[in-house]
Design a protein around this ligand. Sequence first.
Ligand code: SAJ
Length: 442
Amino acid sequence: MKFEKICVIGLGYIGLPTASTFATHGLQVVGVDINPHVLHTLRSGGLHIHEPGLRTLVQAAIGSGNLKISETPETADAFIIAVPTPFYDDKRADLRAVQSAAEQIVACLQPGNLVVLESTSPPLTTVNVVAPILERSGLKAGIDFHLAYTPERVLPGQILRELIENARVIGGIDAASTQAGRDLYATFVRGEIVMTDATTAEMVKLMENTYRDVNIAIANEFSHLAERFGIDVWEAIAIANRHPRVNILRPGPGVGGHCISVDPWFLVEAAPDLTPLIHTARQVNDRQPVHVTGMVREAFGLEKDAALQGRRIAALGLAYKPDVDDLRESPAVEVVHLLSRAGAQVVAYEPFKPQPELPGVHAVSSLEEAVQDAELLLLLVGHQVLRQQDPYLLAQATPARLAVDTVNGWSTQDWSKAGFQLFRLGVGRAERRWNTSTTVSR
Ligand code: SAJ
């Protein structure tokens, strides 16, 4: 199938790079978003998200005349839905954006069109949710128009490269839809294009992220064990990972972002009776911010549930992972909320988003400001710029002599020499180890 004009609905982390990449590969693209701020920002040459290389790509796409920004879709050869699928408070998938994107397409849908869902969705969404809405047009899915699911699998921070180079899974509701989807993405995908059916493609995406979540959960559990048994989990993981068939991931303050902390719930919701492991892994990872607040109390020499009234803490990093500006579902933000609720005075600093608008978070735009009155420095994200801070210089910029590192970013040796008492996630106090072994030998 040949494509000249497409509509991409949703201009976020996935939709905008996808629309721009199609445009720079010669297609006429209408990029659609309902958010006036997004439309205004893009139309005035700005960018509402941070992703390396994206500004240049978007400018090239708009400059070529191939990318038009609009609030509504138009008739086209293909429609791509790339809107968010968050969850409700009770963890059920919130498909309202997918539904309303499909509703927007109905009026423009013509025989022979292709519609592709990219948003991560519970199994059977393409067939049971999207197809019936599109069929309100009077056209039949798989007969009058093609319908496929293709998950985005790009890593924030590397989206532009991975969009082109990663293997792409395309699953149609029938063979012709799969083929049409393949033809569309072959416009720019250089990785292998793997063809399957729509529900398998939905499951593939959910399985990938769930696999990662469960593996991070076990790393987090290992870190608790290491703290109990007085060893350094980072050392233990490094040694275990020398085994040819072992690859333990990194413990940390929790699992964030809009994907891994969300997607496993779609499986739990779809089949609660079949997902005890997946459910537990989610709970383990969701509890990590509470664990971090426990570390902070320990550093202050306080009891487990003690109030932190008036304690001055500099929280360094708010993003959901290193070297990105994305704060969605960030465990670091959760830690700040928990500490504040316990009475601490938290001043936060996020180098990739110096002025985040986060209710309940007092954020400042420089590291100096964050640490100047602090009693304790709390490293929450392994941003390179934070890991590389010189503890000797920091010691001059802050009265704090306590530090808590949740991401294995700072070395005990260097920070101790600079005068800090450093508490690291996953590292038990050495004296406890000897206590433990004494107990055991008795
Ligand atoms: N994290 C750990 N320990 C680790 C790795 C990650 O605690 O060893 C934490 C991170 O700090 C972060 C969270 O997990 O809070 C998720 O980060 P991530 O880098 O694992 O993944 P995402 O959410 O940025 O992107 C994932 C990717 N999926 C997989 O690696 C299977 C990406 O390929 C997907 O495209 C993306 O989800 C998505 O959009 O679904």
